[in-house]
Structures are given as structure tokens and as C-alpha cells.
Design a protein around this ligand. Structure first.
Ligand SMILES: *[C@@H]1O[C@H](CO)[C@@H](O)[C@H](O)[C@H]1NC(C)=O
Ligand SMILES: *[C@@H]1O[C@H](CO)[C@@H](O)[C@H](O)[C@H]1NC(C)=O
Ligand SMILES: *[C@@H]1O[C@H](CO)[C@@H](O)[C@H](O)[C@H]1NC(C)=O
Length: 183
């Protein structure tokens, strides 16, 4: 028996895998390029790195990428909430830092149910509601970080606040694109 049919089958398999991969890389890059161009709060590099971190991005369309970005944000917010809680339990801390962290805990705690509403609205294609809920989530890292700056205290949540802000911006930007194309 000739090995040729097998070899061509393998070749077809690899070509298809390669083109599927090329397509998904493209939609991530194209989407992030558009987001960064339209929204100064979005960093192209951050956008690509976060979306690519999710294995499902590789076969997603714009709507799928939007949901992935909101879920990445939920993961971030949930983890920052529990991290803040843990920090507050460690006893030694400047009282002004403690007060700021308590505010942040409240902000991040409120953001969790708001994100659940954002996801529900997104799944129903109610993009305006999604936008309202995401904008309110985006305020959490900003307000949290402002608290530390006002007291002239170093923020132990700086990196996390920046990430949550960036992810909110990516999600908001994708939702804006979708709401435009659905009209
Ligand atoms: C960018 O972030 C700032 C600060 O939070 C906000 O006021 C502004 O509305 C954001 N821009 C967009 C296009 O979302
Ligand atoms: C938040 O999301 C960013 C981008 O996806 C990621 O790099 C970072 O590790 C996440 N942080 C947490 C605490 O989950
Ligand atoms: C989410 O948005 C909807 C629609 O604007 C609003 O009625 C609701 O109060 C928001 N939810 C939260 C938790 O902010």
C-alpha cells in the first residue's frame, strides 16, 4: 500500500490547523488594534496578551472575544477582592493604608455582582446595559487607586488596579463595537 494518501491527509490536516490558527491570531490582533485606536485607555499589547491567554480566544469571533474579556475581568476582580481581604487580615499596617484598603474592598465587592449583571446583559445582547454595568466596574480600580494617592500612600494594589482598569477598557471597547454593528 502506498503511503501517499496518508501523507496528503496529514498535510491537509496541518494546513487547515495552520490557517485556522492564523485566522484566530488575526481576529485578536485586529480587534485589539481597533480598540486601541478608538479608545486611548486600551493598550494594544495588554489587549493581545490578555485575550491570547484564554485558549477559547483561538476560535472566537468578536462576540466571543467580548465575553472572554468580561470573564477575564471577573476573574481579576474576584481575585483582587480576596487578595484585599487577605491583606486586611494581616495585622501590621499603617492606619491610613488600612482605611484605603477597606474602601477598595467595598468597591471590589460591589463590582462582583455588577459584573454578573454585565454578563447577563451581554448574553442577552443588551449592549447599552452591559456598557453601564462595565463603566461602573471600571470606576472601582480608579477610585481605589485615587484613595491611596490622596493620602500620599503607596498602593499595594497598584498593579491589580491597573490590570482591572485595562481589562474593563478592553471589554467596554468591544461592547461598543458590537453595539454599533447591531444597529
Ligand atoms: C478612559 O478613562 C477615563 C478615566 O477613567 C474615563 O474618564 C474615560 O471615560 C475613559 N475613556 C473611554 C473612551 O472609555
Ligand atoms: C488580571 O488580568 C491580567 C490580564 O489578563 C493578568 O495579567 C493578571 O495576572 C490578572 N491578575 C489577577 C490578580 O488575576
Ligand atoms: C446594571 O445596569 C442596569 C441597566 O442600566 C441597571 O439597571 C443596574 O442597576 C446595573 N446593575 C448594577 C449592579 O449596577
Amino acid at each position: 500500500m502506498s503511503p501517499r494518501p496518508f501523507v496528503s491527509l496529514l498535510l491537509i490536516f496541518f494546513l487547515r490547523a495552520a490557517s485556522a490558527d492564523g485566522r484566530s491570531t488575526n481576529i485578536i490582533h485586529e480587534t485589539c488594534k481597533k480598540c486601541a485606536r478608538e479608545d486611548p485607555n486600551v493598550s494594544y499589547k495588554f489587549c493581545v496578551a490578555s485575550l491570547e491567554s484564554n485558549p477559547y480566544s483561538h476560535c472566537a469571533d468578536l462576540r466571543g472575544l467580548g465575553l472572554i474579556s468580561v470573564k477575564l475581568l471577573r476573574h481579576n476582580v474576584t481575585r483582587t477582592r480576596s487578595y484585599t481581604e487577605k491583606l486586611l487580615k494581616s495585622e501590621e499596617m499603617d492606619p491610613s493604608v488600612r482605611a484605603c484598603l477597606e474602601d477598595c474592598l467595598e468597591l471590589y465587592s460591589d463590582a462582583v455582582p455588577t459584573l454578573a449583571e454585565a454578563i447577563r446583559a451581554y448574553k442577552d445582547e443588551r449592549y447599552e446595559d452591559t456598557n453601564i454595568n462595565l463603566s461602573s466596574v471600571m470606576n472601582a480600580p480608579t477610585t481605589c487607586e485615587d484613595g491611596f494617592s490622596e493620602k500620599g500612600a503607596g498602593s499595594p494594589l497598584a498593579k491589580r488596579n491597573k490590570d482591572s482598569f485595562q481589562l474593563s477598557a478592553v471589554a467596554l471597547s468591544i461592547v461598543t463595537m458590537l453595539s454599533r454593528s447591531s444597529h
